[in-house]
Design a protein around this ligand. Structure first.
Ligand code: DP6
Length: 371
């Protein structure tokens, strides 16, 4: 399905005066990373992610028919119940690109309210969960305005497509457990489903040992990043290792899918760590070069590897585009990992902050905020 498939087909003769929609949408952690893009937010390589559970955004949109047609989308935006002008401007400029997909945007005023489950002081980026929650709300409004019911698969694919236009990684937040984004014929042959550059699709063929797989986020710093992900993607354009990296990601994702299917926790963890360090390695040799990890990130990595060697337990780490560490482990070893975390890691984290998360069930419709 290309862009055209998601253009709105509903008549523009709107009769519904007003209504409201709401979604809770989780964040996700990429195991094979998306790093480098082209065209309109298209990935240079396929990526695969865990859908999280406890780190989520809730968004509620009230919409009301205006008695005039507006050239620019008419919106107000509240974050944590307070008007937020900088978010409002970002969302307004994003929505102004979506007229082909949601022509109702010129006819309805939207009042958007949003909240995150994770503390502001955690330094965790919310673009994936917030863009995906907003995209779901936009699709739900379209659904309410339409006479025809949108088929569930199409609805989620469209929400994923719209999320991607807002922030690439957001398109993987739409499904339970795991998601794949980016076309590759070798992946297609393994999963018997066709992945796409335009939107993510669910991945379900993983072994039972990965069910409820954990991702605890050790907070190292809450400082805003010096270089955003969007700037980082741009630096891949002239990166001396770009081609090798994209080939490597295509190769690694196949190895990872084999580990996921066979239940190879050790193979999976090894690839997850390689991907995390490769991501940061690419940043360290970009031009200009930059570094997002902190000395504490490395100290914690050493402790994790040391524990793994001592205990022979499959505890691994991943990193996002920042210094915080994602601790990855299967549910069956969670008691032993908790002891290790509380005795050896927690006191090193910023204000002792750790966000315990695990693979979750994807977005959910909501009537009101739960946070
Ligand atoms: C390191 O999705 O935040 O988290 O598309 O410019 O919004 P934009 O970038 P973004 O990049 C995420 C990069 C990453 C890896 C990943 O999630 O795959």
């Amino acid at each position: 399905m290309g862009n055209n498939a998601f253009r709105s087909k509903i008549s523009e003769d709107y009769t519904l005066k007003k209504g409201h929609v709401g979604w809770r949408c989780p964040s996700n952690l990429a195991i094979i990373k998306y790093w480098g893009k082209h065209g309109q937010q298209l990935p240079q390589n396929p990526s695969i992610s865990l859908t999280l559970s406890n780190a989520f955004t809730e968004t509620i949109v009230n919409f009301e028919l205006m008695d005039y047609e507006s050239e620019e989308p008419s919106i107000e935006f509240y974050f944590d119940s307070k008007p937020n002008e900088s978010f409002q401007l970002r969302i307004q400029s994003f929505l102004s690109t979506l007229n082909d997909y949601f022509p109702y945007l010129s006819k309805y005023h939207l009042s958007i309210e949003s909240q995150n489950s994770f503390p502001h002081s955690s330094g965790i980026a919310s673009s994936a969960s917030s863009m995906a929650a907003l995209a779901l709300c936009l699709c739900s409004i379209e659904d309410q305005l339409s006479d025809e019911v949108m088929e569930n698969k199409f609805f989620l694919n469209k929400a994923s497509f719209i999320s991607r236009l807002g922030s690439g990684s957001a398109c993987r937040s739409l499904y339970p457990d795991m998601a794949i984004w980016g076309f590759d014929k070798n992946i297609e042959a393994i999963i018997h489903n066709t992945p796409s550059d335009q939107y993510a699709i669910p991945y379900t063929q993983f072994h039972q040992v990965f069910k409820n797989y954990h991702d605890d986020i050790l907070i190292v710093s809450n400082q805003e990043k010096g270089v955003s992900s969007t700037q980082g993607h741009r630096l891949m354009e002239d990166h001396p290792f770009a081609k090798a990296r994209y080939d490597q990601a295509r190769h690694k994702i196949i190895l990872l899918l084999n580990c996921l299917e066979s239940g190879d926790l050790w193979g999976f963890g090894k690839i997850a760590e390689e991907e995390a360090l490769t991501l940061h390695g690419l940043m360290m040799c970009s031009d200009p070069a930059y570094m997002l990890i902190e000395p504490l990130t490395i100290e914690l990595i050493k402790k994790i590897r040391n524990f793994r060697q001592r205990s022979n337990l499959p505890l691994f780490f991943s990193l996002d585009a920042g210094p915080n560490i994602h601790l990855l482990y299967p549910d069956e070893i969670s008691d032993k990992v908790n002891d290790f975390v509380n005795n050896d890691l927690r006191s090193h984290c910023l204000n002792g902050l750790i966000i315990n998360d695990k693979m979750g069930q994807g977005p959910e419709k909501i009537e009101s905020f739960s946070i």
